[in-house]
Write a protein that binds this ligand. Structure first.
Ligand code: ADP
Ligand code: MG
Length: 712
């Protein structure tokens, strides 16, 4: 057996089960071992019966007090009952249709039970708890993994499959394909791949799981660092058009406003890059908050490119954004006698052919579009400037592909400008965009309204509802929740896979507001007369679109959602953003959410709802109330939570960042990130193409990762 062995060859996994595994994306042993738990049951914290409140899910160490008694119920179900106790009290344990437990529980024996304790009128009860005998000299595991499941597979089955796989691999002395060498493992104090995988599935302690997880965090950051560094080495040097003519008066005259200072500074930096006499291609990040006017800078750069007899391309992540850009820029360029085309997936075949033809002959000078721009049939006569609007996070993949595109188009390089709407602190940007120079738009155009932001707790609920009603009647309202559905009761005692120390300490009754639950409640009980809509990541894309359209058309007045609305939604009539369990979100994410309102002429508000007593998280949320400046917020976020949030969000719908899917990077700190980049740099210095034998595992890992990225 090795990592590529197909799981259907394992005993007990027949055709039917294999189908189930495939549904989970598991085909090989490697997939199986990388199918990580989504959470852990914390059975290591033993709770005292008497001090544990009603409804708590947890572990209890109990001695059997009475012989189990089975009775037959009317509905022919069998009910077995017994009493057990600890130092603080006693509890009645009930098992349905498991008469065999009679033989398991002997008076005086000790067991660890895990389940939900109910306390009614001073009487304690547990129904069908999980049980493990306490055996002298054998330690029970603190954590028990909970896997994502699909129909036809049980927790136990996955656990057993893992056990079999790991046992077999060890027996056969399989050499786990660790991308880290012995010396690297030692240098960074990392667990080996083998040990870490064992630990993830068969955890010994909370500390050891953390250690295993840390290895995968580092692995992911390291791969990310390598990816960025490899992309950078793709860049050729000294072969770009020198755009000597930087006179932009004509386009400035056509613009209906004066540039802000930040825009002027950034434009100058861009033009200086593009007119570099050594022909070094520009490779610049233009980072600025939503609404800071990046498009204006982009249009000036495009104008300069065309004025110097080259062509320009502007790529946006979605069709909506591409169309928006086209509608913004086309009138301006038309006025200047420059031809612009829009090319997206839904451009008709005939139109596409026409555009390809005219771009090839420079009849069209600027193409705006989506990934459709990467189509190899699109050939430029002279592509001088490529702009990508990442809008969100870091699209390593897009950037790599785009670099290749420019290779396709001729014997020179295009200047590259990347626009990002996520304000990133400079220190972090230098790492994440190490290969780019950076321009910052840290100033909004004049006359923008400030979105007034307030932090409230549960005691404001009624007033809040009044405020929602008022704004829903006059305008429209967003309400964002951290969870999609009300969590099942038996979820409440779980530690999430990416648990923090805070989670381990966390009070158990900290229920998350769920979008589904809240939407129902608001519609049925609070606002029966106002149309409430619901949108979340688990919905089908067609349904999502329909709801979004109804919101855009002002048919839905209150939109309850998870963070899916973070990206690319523009409803200027929405004036109130309410965020439930605000403590659950990163500041940068809250800032993005807040950016959904304040887009129209009407005064807008953001209400953060949080009942967290945690001083730190109150402090964090107060930053939101005191400033609207995305860069200040990002700095505070980085300082307080580390860079993890810049990769992804814990409670978000998709752990995705513009191409690379991060599973663990939420857990990283600045130091770890720096180490990963330093290590990647060192490796590539010795082996720039990862062709040495000693880096074979690493090379195939990167191939797979980026191969996957290209296909995803
Ligand atoms: P983003 O940085 O989010 O891409 P946009 O470029 O879309 O921002 O600009 C947002 C809005 O601000 C647009 O309506 C644009 O016309 C306007 N705008 C851009 N620059 C200025 C400016 N210097 N003065 C006034 N309005 C501006
Ligand atoms: Mg924009």
């Amino acid at each position: 057996m090795d990592f590529s062995t197909v799981v259907s060859s394992m005993s007990g996994i027949g055709k039917k089960r294999f189908e189930c595994f495939l549904n989970l994306g598991i085909r090989t042993v490697e997939d199986l071992l990388y199918h990580f738990p989504r959470a852990y049951q914390n059975r290591g914290d033993i709770l005292p019966l008497a001090m544990t409140p009603d409804g708590t899910v947890g572990a209890f160490l109990l001695t059997i007090a009475t012989k189990p008694q089975t009775v037959m119920l009317k509905n022919r179900k069998q009910l077995t009952k017994l009493v057990a106790f600890d130092d603080t009290g006693k509890v009645t344990l009930t098992f349905f249709n498991q008469p065999f437990v009679k033989d398991v529980f002997n008076v005086g024996d000790e067991f660890r039970f895990y389940g939900k304790l109910s306390v009614k009128y001073g009487k304690r009860d547990m129904s069908s708890p999980v049980y493990e005998p306490v055996i002298q000299g054998r330690k029970l595991p603190d954590l028990v993994p909970v896997y994502p499941l699909t129909e036809g597979l049980t927790q136990k089955f996955i656990k057993n499959a893992n056990e079999t796989a790991i046992k077999t691999l060890i027996e056969e002395k399989y050499d786990f394909p660790d991308i880290f060498s012995e010396s690297q493992l030692k240098k960074y104090g990392l667990m080996s791949l083998k040990d870490a995988l064992i630990e993830i599935h068969f955890p010994k302690t909370i500390e050891s799981v953390k250690k295993a997880r840390e290895r995968f965090v580092f692995e992911e950051l390291y791969a990310f660092a390598l990816g960025i560094s490899l992309a950078k080495s793709h860049r050729k040097n000294g072969n770009a058009f020198c755009m000597a003519d930087t006179n932009i008066t004509d386009i400035l005259k056509k613009m209906p406003y004066k540039l802000t200072n930040a825009q002027r500074r950034s434009v100058n930096e861009i033009l200086a890059d593009m007119s570099n006499k050594e022909g070094r291609p520009m490779s610049r990040l233009l980072s600025g908050d939503v609404g800071s006017g990046k498009t204006a800078c982009a249009s000036i750069a495009l104008y300069a490119a065309v004025k110097n007899n080259t062509q320009g391309a502007l790529m946006a992540p979605t069709e909506i954004l591409a169309t928006q850009h086209y509608n913004d820029l086309n009138p301006l360029f038309e006025d200047l006698g420059i031809k612009v085309a829009l090319l997206t997936g839904s451009t008709t075949a005939a139109n596409k052919r026409d555009i390809y033809e005219k771009v090839r002959t420079n009849e069209i000078q600027i193409v705006i579009g989506t990934h459709a721009l990467l189509n190899e049939k699109l050939e430029f006569e002279k592509l001088g400037l490529v702009i990508t609007d990442e809008q969100h996070r870091f699209g390593v993949r897009q950037r790599t592909l785009l670099a290749e595109k420019t290779h396709l188009t001729g014997s020179y390089d295009a200047h590259v400008l990347v626009m990002s709407a996520t304000p990133i602190p400079r220190t972090l940007a230098l790492i994440l965009y190490g290969d780019l120079d950076i321009s910052v738009l840290d100033e909004l155009p004049p006359g923008r309204q400030k979105v007034d932001t307030f932090l409230v707790d549960e005691s404001y609920r009624e007033r809040l509802n009044g405020f929602i009603r008022k704004n829903a009647i006059s305008n429209q309202v967003y309400i964002v929740c951290p969870a999609v559905e009300d969590t099942e009761d038996d979820e409440s005692g779980l530690l999430p896979f990416d648990f923090t120390d805070e989670d381990v300490r966390k009070t158990r009754d900290n229920k998350l507001m769920s979008a589904t639950g809240l939407a129902e409640k608001l519609q049925n009980e609070v606002f029966p007369d106002i149309k409430v809509g619901l949108v979340h990541g688990k919905m089908k894309s067609a349904d999502k679109k329909r709801v979004m359209r109804e919101f855009e058309q002002d048919k839905i007045k209150i939109l309850v959602s998870t963070t899916v609305i973070e990206v690319g939604v523009n409803v200027p009539n929405a004036v109130l953003m309410v965020v439930e369990n605000a403590e659950r979100f990163g500041l940068s994410q809250l800032h993005q959410l807040r950016g959904r309102v304040g887009r129209g002429k009407d005064k807008s508000y953001c209400i953060l709802v949080s009942s967290s007593e945690n001083e730190k998280s109150k402090q964090r949320l107060n930053v939101m109330c005191s400033t609207n400046n995305g860069f200040k917020i990002a700095e505070a976020d980085l300082e307080q939570r580390g860079p993890g949030d810049f990769f992804t969000n814990r409670q978000g719908d998709a752990r995705q960042s513009g191409g690379m899917k991060f599973r663990f990077a939420t857990l990283c700190d600045m130091e770890l990130l720096q180490k990963a980049f330093a290590e990647a740099g060192e490796i590539l210095q010795n082996d720039p193409k990862l062709s040495l034998n000693e880096n074979k595992s690493l090379a195939s890992y990167m191939d797979k990762l980026f191969g996957r990225l290209q296909n995803s």
